[in-house]
Ligand binder design. Sequence first.
Ligand code: GDP
Ligand code: MG
Length: 187
Amino acid sequence: MGSSSEQQSNENYDFSFKILLIGDSGVGKSSLLISFISAYSAHSAPTIGVDFKIHLLTVGGKRLKLTIWDTAGQERFRTLTSSYYRGAHGIILVYDVTQRETFTNLSDVWAKEVELYSTNQDCVKILVGNKVDLESKRAVSKEEGIELAKELGCMFIECSAKTRQNVQQCFEDLALKIMEVPSLLED
Ligand code: GDP
Ligand code: MG
């Protein structure tokens, strides 16, 4: 990698990262993914199974290939296996700022699962409070989000998959941070 060789047309990137989206069903994981790679769709259809999308993006002068994994409707069945987590460089932990339980479940359920299955000790995490467009229905303050992020050792951002506020920022912040961790750049 890194050479400007024309032969690399199929692999035209500097780094390839595996990114996971986790969090309760309905928090907007699939919407965030769609919002990031194209446009928000109000009719997101949760399919059963694990799904992933590949997105190329340039940040910090580097061309990145992001393979973004989405749990696609399996959340409540708790059937995610270690293969989902294996080799992940970055994890996006999503809650819905209007649903308090999705926030408490991040520490009670999801962070524990990350601890258990994550194979990269240095894996970068970002806590994401989604649906900030629904400000009048807010049930979790930004300060609480910041506090939990500190506890879990994550970065933090609030965003809206609907308005696309901070969506690009979320993925870029995560990618930039991953590039600061030498052990995550070896393959
Ligand atoms: P997932 O189960 O975590 O993948 O959640 P989905 O992406 O399927 O979203 C669940 C519901 O929340 C859908 O009805 C979405 O349209 C809605 N939704 C997702 N993100 C947002 C957002 O930022 N704002 C608002 N108002 N609704 C959202
Ligand atoms: Mg989904």
